[in-house]
Write a protein that binds this ligand. Structure first.
Ligand code: F6R
Ligand code: MG
Ligand code: MG
Length: 367
């Protein structure tokens, strides 16, 4: 059937097994059953349920467009029902990311993370979905820059006529709720001024310049800004289209061979390397980490999700994983000292203010 397809990836931590390290199989089964009944009723085209660490990931295709109240409401309902399962198993932090009491039209701003794109499916539509745990929403800035703007990563920017004009980046300032667009390569340095500070400025989407066509979209929800206090990390997701007018699959994966340092890890209060892993290894345990990223590959066929392929299940990422462990050891040796621990400004959004409050009266003025 012709017409546009919407791909929605909606995620939430609704309870961890054990602690915050992974997901219980009964949660995934419950989500799968609920989505299967929606598919049977013709409300969605297809779905895949996955996880990264303690985050439940709903990958859904449909024809309703982005920010659709029926699709968002369905996801909210699934998270609530899975929370009931989590409570019955006394899983850890059941319902953790459901920050609102009831659904009100759009799941954005209610706790769960969302990345959605509406596309005209190409003759062949390879899609990569990245899902991270124990890190925050700006974690995609560096890899998205490398994929779509760095010729040392993406050979196609130099040698393919389809990519040679570069791309357009949509950047959100999540602290002041503003956005700005930059064209690369011409405005690459302006872009880097902002996205090099991923705690505040986030690459929301990347587009082909002309005709404008979406190539990537990420979730930019910052839980701490929604809740006004620490309630767990954002654990963001990102969708990337590959091949043809977009970077090749291998160019999309290549940035993850350099494990960049992201914020998150233990108590959401530490910097650590982002480790690319297969699904079977997406269970962060050491010091509740280090932060993980999983990459699932699909071919879309009239909205049907053909896949997934577990893209980091490949020995060519072993060196990145080894390097992560070396960096992790070195950072861990700093214990409670920066730069392992986040700078004070970022600690405002952790549980540290509770400790500071207790000590407030002990500070004496000095001449
Ligand atoms: C990080 C994370 C964990 C918890 C830590 C303490 O995103 O989820 O590192 O912060 O395990 O958890 P609570 O405070 O729930 O005991
Ligand atoms: Mg958790
Ligand atoms: Mg998590």
């Amino acid at each position: 059937m012709p017409g546009k397809i919407t791909l929605s990836v909606i995620k939430a931590d609704i309870g961890g097994y054990v602690g915050h390290s992974s997901m219980h199989v009964e949660i995934k089964e419950a989500a799968g059953k609920l989505l299967q009944s929606q598919k049977g009723a013709g409300k969605i085209i297809d779905f895949h349920v996955s996880h990264c660490g303690d985050d439940l990931e709903l990958i859904i295709t449909h024809r309703n467009g982005c920010e659709n109240p029926d699709i968002h409401g369905m996801a909210w309902d699934i998270f609530e029902r899975c929370t009931e399962v989590a409570k019955s198993l006394k899983l850890y932090g059941a319902g953790q990311d459901l920050l609102a009491d009831a659904f009100s039209g759009n799941i954005k701003g209610m706790g769960p993370g969302v990345a959605e794109m509406e596309i005209e499916e190409r003759t062949s539509e390879p899609i990569l979905i990245f899902m991270a745990d124990k890190t925050s929403a700006g974690a995609w800035n560096l890899p998205l820059f490398r994929m779509f703007a760095d010729p040392f990563n993406t050979a196609g920017l130099v040698i393919s006529p389809a990519l040679h004009d570069g791309f357009r980046f949509e950047v959100h300032d999540v602290k002041s709720s503003k956005r700005i667009f930059f064209n690369t390569p011409e405005e690459m340095y302006d872009l880097l001024v902002f996205i090099g500070a991923p705690g505040r400025y986030m690459v929301k989407a990347v587009y082909c310049k002309s005709p404008e066509e979406i190539g990537a979209v990420s979730s930019t929800e910052r839980l701490s800004l929604i809740a006004g206090k620490y309630v767990g990390k954002d654990d963001p997701v990102c969708i990337v289209r590959a091949q043809g007018d977009f970077p090749a699959v291998g160019e999309v994966l290549e940035p993850f061979t350099m494990p960049h340092i992201v914020e998150g890890w233990m108590r959401g209060s530490h910097y650590g390397p982002l480790m690319p892993v297969s699904l079977s290894e997406a269970n962060p345990s050491r010091f509740d980490g280090p932060p993980r990223v999983v990459g699932l590959g699909f071919q879309l066929a009239e909205g049907k999700l053909v896949g997934p392929r577990d893209m980091f299940d490949d020995p060519s990422f072993d060196r990145a994983r080894d390097l992560c462990n070396i960096i992790a050891d070195h950072l861990r040796n700093h214990g409670p000292f920066e730069p392992h621990r986040l700078p004070m400004e970022e600690m405002e959004y952790t549980t540290l203010p509770g400790v500071l409050e207790k000590l407030e009266g002990r500070w004496e003025g000095m001449k």
